[in-house]
Design a protein around this ligand. Sequence first.
Ligand SMILES: [Zn+2]
Length: 269
Amino acid sequence: MQLTVLGCRSGMPADGQASSGYLVETSSARVLLDCGPGIATALSAVSDVTLLDAVVISHLHADHCYDLLPVAKSLLSATMRFPGGPEPRVEVVRPVPVLVPAGARELFARWAALFPVTTMPVMAKAFERAFDVREYTSGDVFEIGDATIGLRELQHVEPNCGIRVDAGGVSLAYTGDTGMTDEAVKLAADVDLLLAEATLSHPDRTEHGHLCGGDAGRIAARAGVKELALTHFTCTERHWLQHLRDDAASEYTGPIRIVRAGERIRLGD
Ligand SMILES: [Zn+2]
């Protein structure tokens, strides 16, 4: 399994870096986890968008799903043929499964319609033509190629499911956005890599739901993970990141990684 960090900023892109987006590749599956602002561009630098086997969205906050529209339009454009006339013939050979929280289908319908192309009405149907939209609920499990993808609801102001990917005896858990919850420990039980958000410099126990470095470390320790990778940074200044790492290390004695955009992490042999 290989994880490519496409973007690791919380909120909007900054410093030339995209928001949340991670490409997971196994022997027979290429899956995009989250698709925040900047991810469509970052993805295009490392993979042909038409090679995606699935997209999984942790929750419907803009920093985790905003670039779904350009990804859908890229997929749609790749399927268009112009056989001698102005009206495009659209051949969607393989709509890409997009696993999304409940309510996303309705959101997509309104969203795509905001940008009509009057000469090519099909361009306003990017989501329905290019995607196979599947709304999930917590506890659902999907098989994509050799990858098993499990969803588990964590704790965030907008319903957010952590995502677990198992393939070829290797496992990865990704939190999306969450506060401290036992469910995050269950999500990450014994995984090879826990990719955990670490938005905050200090704990916040309000209902909003974000982790600091120490929270991520505590989840990693309780879940018995082999490695912890911190992401979803409010700031990428060196001292800020060092504080996050030190904070996590005060709770977790295993290896800790501060991810960087463009970084590739290999899991297993
Ligand atoms: Zn976020």
